[in-house]
Design a binder for this molecule. Structure first.
Ligand SMILES: [Zn+2]
Length: 202
């Protein structure tokens, strides 16, 4: 039996490691790239190389940036008394897209998820506490997703940082419970930010 060339099966295997991409889709990608002009492959290679080479974590907020300190953190016009705490770097860009928030961000690097084996020690909580103190933050907006893990994480942070005496707010339920910030439209997200509430322990 003749099997596909090794380099073909290898790339199929690599694509199928991506979230939501099964073996069949992965196979389609590879044969598409081979069939339709090889320039696609060059562009893809360049884009991947650039991603690998130039994207790093901001040394302040831990979002993605091509500089050591991202544009948001180094922007002197931002309100440095507000800190919006999000789970992942992609959430920063979603909030930025609304144009509604002009404070700073802090990326936790995930949420507490017992099933996935992610505990508080895996999140950037020590850094969060340091930044709240150093930046003289007046309000911390807990903007994790309104799902079980996001809620749990928000509650945990509010409890852990209670001693700092800083105002803690939670984005409003304008977002449907269980929704992903990533998929919320600008208006919904803007409303969720605007109608945030002071965090109360359940
Ligand atoms: Zn930053």
């Amino acid at each position: 039996m003749l099997s596909a060339p090794r380099s073909v099966t290898r790339l199929i295997r690599e694509f199928s490691k991506l979230p939501g991409i099964g073996a069949k889709t992965s196979e389609r990608f590879v044969y598409f790239l081979l069939k339709h002009n090889r320039e696609n492959i060059d562009q893809l290679t360049l884009a991947l190389n650039e991603l690998q080479r130039s994207v790093r974590q901001c040394d302040q907020c831990f979002s993605y940036s091509e500089k050591s300190t991202c544009d948001t953190c180094s922007d002197p016009t931002r309100d440095t008394s507000m800190l919006c705490v999000v789970a992942e770097p992609k959430d920063v860009f979603v909030f930025e897209h609304t144009g509604e928030f002009d404070g700073l961000y802090h990326v936790l690097g995930g949420v507490i998820d017992h099933v996935a084996g992610v505990g508080p020690q895996d999140l950037r909580l020590r850094e969060l506490e340091e930044r709240i103190k150093n930046l003289n933050i007046a309000e911390v907006i807990l903007a994790t997703n309104p799902d079980a893990e996001g809620e749990l994480t928000a509650i945990y942070i509010a409890q852990q940082l209670e001693h700092l005496n800083v105002r803690m707010t939670r984005i409003a339920r304008g977002l449907p419970t269980g929704a992903d910030i990533q998929f919320a439209d600008d208006l919904t997200l803007t409303n969720a930010l605007k109608s945030r509430r002071d965090f109360k322990r359940p």
